[in-house]
Each structure stands twice: as C-alpha cells, then as structure tokens.
Design a protein around this ligand. Structure first.
Ligand SMILES: Nc1ncnc2c1ncn2[C@@H]1O[C@H](COP(=O)(O)OP(=O)(O)OP(=O)(O)O)[C@@H](O)[C@H]1O
Length: 223
C-alpha cells in the first residue's frame, strides 16, 4: 500500500514540481506514470522510494509514514521497495553476481543463502550463465535486467521503475516488461514511469498522468 496525502515537492527554493498530490495504491496494482519530460515523474518515484523527502504532506508505504522516517529506519524502506532508476548504478569493478549480492550484504544475509538468492534472481531475469561477467561486457538490455535482478533480490513488495525501456529495441523492451509483469502476477505492486504509451497499454491498468504540476489519476492507459 502506498498513500500520498497533500504531498508537495519543490527542490530548494524552486517552484513546486508536484502540488497537492493525493492517491492510494493497493497491493498488486500495476501503474503507469506518464507525462512530458520534466513533469516530475522521476520525482514522484523518488518520493515513494524515500530517495527524496516531500516538502509538505504525508507519504505512507505499507502503513509506515516515510516522510518523517529517521535515517536509521531506511533499511526498512530498502527492503520494502525495489528501485530501478534510469541510470542503473551498476558497479563496474564487480562482476554481475556481486552486483546482485550487494543488497543482501547490506542486510547481513548469510553467504551461501545470499548466493542462492542472487542466482535465483539472475535466473528470473534470464541472465543465467553470465554471473561472472563484468557489467561492461553486458548489452544495454542485459545491464537493465541485471539492475532488475538487484532490485528484486530482497523480494520487495513494491517495485518502482524509471524508464526501463528507453533506448531499447521493441523486442528487448517487451522482454523487460514481461519480467515486471511476472513479478506483478505474484503480487508485487509496480509503478513504471515511461514515455512509451503504446508499450504500456499492454500492461498497465491505471495511469498517473503528471502535466504542468497537475496530477490526474486515470483508469487504463489513455490513447
Ligand atoms: N535534484 C534536483 N534539484 C533541482 N531540480 C531538480 C532535481 N531533480 C529534478 N529537478 C527538476 O524537477 C523537475 C522534474 O524532474 P523529473 O526528473 O522528476 O521529471 P521527469 O518527468 O521524470 O522527466 P523525464 O521524463 O525527462 O525524465 C525538472 O524541472 C527538473 O529539472
């Protein structure tokens, strides 16, 4: 569950990027976040992931207020929400499986269990056999999938994803979207910011449209 109540967000002394946003997302929903460049889509996702604080208003994730969360409570959010941003932030001085292991190391999971889980996550995104490769040796689509494996290895209840298919060909884009849909089928709440309306039409059942500071909560994916 994600709930925004009267949320405002500005950066520094700048204008409000988001103004008086109110919504509730129930477990298992699949939501498309849409709107022109610079509208505030990434900002909305960062608020949900606790990467940015709101300027005003309350944000709850699984009934926990996160807008006032002290930093020692952040690991909670890290487990609850898997985040995949435009820049995948993969570490190029480590191989593929070590990248996926990182979130498990943070929570102190025992080594052999961590490896089992990391391998399972890599398999889920179709990268089995590439565990020992360096991310630079992977294609753009494979790097994207590796970032997905890292985001899901903690089994988060919520996935937030920023532009997962930008710069990918249609087939790779579909394959990546199918990975998200598979997680969604087993109950993972999913929010994806994208410019690709046609692609999203096959997946999402609800759209958050952000445009010039206005927020619209729309059923389906409008043509
Ligand atoms: N850290 C920051 N500091 C100052 N301004 C920021 C910061 N991050 C984003 N902004 C501004 O907030 C506005 C919304 O940015 P955001 O990245 O959320 O938009 P977006 O809808 O995701 O855009 P795009 O589709 O191009 O990725 C932009 O005007 C941007 O310049």
């Amino acid at each position: 569950m994600i709930e925004f109540q009267h949320v405002f967000k500005s950066y520094g002394r700048g204008r409000n990027i988001l103004s008086d946003i109110n919504f509730r997302v129930d477990p298992g929903e699949f939501i498309f976040v849409s709107g022109p460049s610079g509208a505030g889509k990434s900002t909305l996702l960062k608020l949900i992931g606790g990467l940015e604080p709101p300027s005003r208003g309350s944000i709850a994730v699984n009934n926990q207020r996160i807008d006032k969360m002290p930093s020692r409570a952040r690991p909670y959010l890290r487990r609850a929400v898997g985040i995949i941003l435009q820049d995948t932030h993969l570490l190029f001085d480590r191989n593929a499986i070590e990248n996926v292991l990182l979130p498990l190391k943070v929570i102190g999971l025992e080594n052999s269990l961590a490896y089992t889980r990391a391998r399972a996550a890599i398999e889920k995104v179709g990268l089995s056999g590439k565990e020992d490769m360096n991310p630079v040796e992977l294609s753009g689509g494979e790097q994207q999938r590796l970032a997905i494996a890292r985001a899901i290895v903690n089994r988060p209840a919520i996935l937030i994803v920023d532009e997962p298919t930008a710069n990918l060909d249609q087939e790779t884009a579909r394959r990546i979207m199918d990975v998200f849909k598979d997680f969604n089928r087993v109950g993972v709440t999913t929010l994806i910011a994208s410019h690709d309306r046609r692609l999203m039409a096959s997946y999402a059942s609800r759209t958050f449209l952000i445009d010039h500071g206005r927020f619209n909560d729309v059923k389906g994916v409008a043509a």
